[in-house]
Design a protein around this ligand. Structure first.
Ligand SMILES: [Zn+2]
Length: 372
């Protein structure tokens, strides 16, 4: 659902700000809760129009606060030399996406702490505004949103400091463990386990609450489930990164692969290569040179009855710029090319000669071996 295309609103400090369509759900939910439940209960006697206007404006200011929280992470990260991709508002709040991970525990600590600090600062500013305006005797229509925003920003700050990945507090925890132990992977493991624990504890609390009739807790449980899922993913991602760090393509490739002649028919290719061999992709050779890769998928695009008269060269993927990789390339940098649907395999070249082929399976088995 979060894969829905986001709407780009513009840039703040040069950082793209996007809104995911799922954000509308939470925006409507919060506006409605404020307009039809919170304000009417706190201030009986107001007209529904006042409550609705006030509710929507308060919700907008709340999300502006979330943007400021995420921008604080982003600006601190950028000061530390990291590239910030974008800030996105979505169903569960906001997220600042970085292009890389912090290079040191200190940088991660400062970057993670910046968000909750911004929320506490906002809470203080709104609280001050509330106290001053309430004391000066202006209408509650003016000070009530400030009171709510002070409270909710304080809540956002506290919640985000819970010490589990992917919450800010989890990053703070990871940076501390990382700094103390020097082991980035272990620090990630503990911070994400803690995140899973917090997430599932929230789910459990929500279930108990809902059984007793507190249906508002469904939302709390959903957030918990989301946190637990992300926590698990964060650790797996780190395993992949750590395992592949410094590994060159040559060390995981299949060397001296079988090569399919471009001149044989698809019939023969199927029989001698796909059925007999272990692979579903082969380099294709014509006049002593490798001209591309042929895959079972490419062959299957041709109707079966045409296989006896179609040649391998007719279905070979010849986009060498995309298919060829140097033997000393880091595996990390070809992951994207391997993980997509196509090409799924790359020809490994050294001194202008194809010395191997590398597929997604090679990467997966490397990671599996390392994580046992
Ligand atoms: Zn944050």
């Amino acid at each position: 659902m979060f894969n829905l295309p986001s709407l780009r609103l513009g840039r703040l400090f040069g950082i793209p700000l996007e809104i995911n369509p799922t954000w509308l759900i939470i925006f409507v939910l919060i506006s409605a809760t404020l307009s039809f439940s919170y304000y009417p209960a706190a201030f009986p006697g107001r007209t529904p129009f006042v409550n609705l206007t006030s509710g929507i404006l308060t919700a907008l200011l709340f999300f502006a606060s979330i943007v400021i929280h995420e921008l604080s992470h982003s600006l601190v990260a950028r000061t530390g030399g990291m590239k910030v991709k974008k800030v996105t508002l979505f169903l569960f709040g906001g997220v600042a996406q970085m292009e890389d991970e912090p290079a040191s525990p200190m940088r991660e600590f400062v970057m993670a702490a910046a968000g909750p600090l911004a929320s506490f600062a906002l809470a203080a500013i709104f609280y001050l505004g509330y106290v001053v305006s309430a004391a000066s005797g202006v209408s509650d229509v003016l000070w009530a949103p400030l009171q709510y925003l002070a409270l909710i920003n304080f809540g956002v700050g506290v919640f985000n400091l819970l010490p589990g990945f992917p919450l800010d507090g989890g990053r703070v925890l990871r940076s501390l463990l990382w700094g103390l132990s020097g082991d980035h992977l272990k620090a990630t493991l503990w911070a994400s386990r803690s995140g899973q624990f917090i997430g599932y504890a929230m789910v459990a609390l929500a279930v108990i609450g809902v059984v007793q009739g507190f249906f508002d807790l469904i939302w709390f449980g959903l957030i918990g489930w989301f946190i637990a899922t992300l926590a698990e993913g964060a650790y797996r991602q780190q395993v992949v990164k750590s395992t592949l760090e410094g590994v060159e393509v040559r060390s995981i490739m299949s060397p001296d692969p079988m090569v399919a002649p471009a001149t044989i028919t698809l019939d023969r290719l199927a029989e001698e290569y796909f059925l007999g061999g272990r692979h579903s992709r082969y380099p294709v050779e014509l006049d002593g040179a490798i001209i591309g890769i042929v895959s079972l998928r490419d062959a299957k695009r041709v109707p079966r009855e045409e296989w006896p008269v179609t040649h391998v060269s007719d279905v070979t993927d010849r986009d060498l710029a995309r298919l060829v990789v140097d033997a000393d390339t880091p595996v990390e940098s070809v992951l994207e090319r391997l993980s997509g649907e196509e090409p799924g395999a790359l020809l490994v070249v050294e001194n202008g000669k194809v010395i191997g082929i590398v597929t997604r399976t090679d990467v997966v088995s490397r990671i599996r071996r390392a994580s046992i």
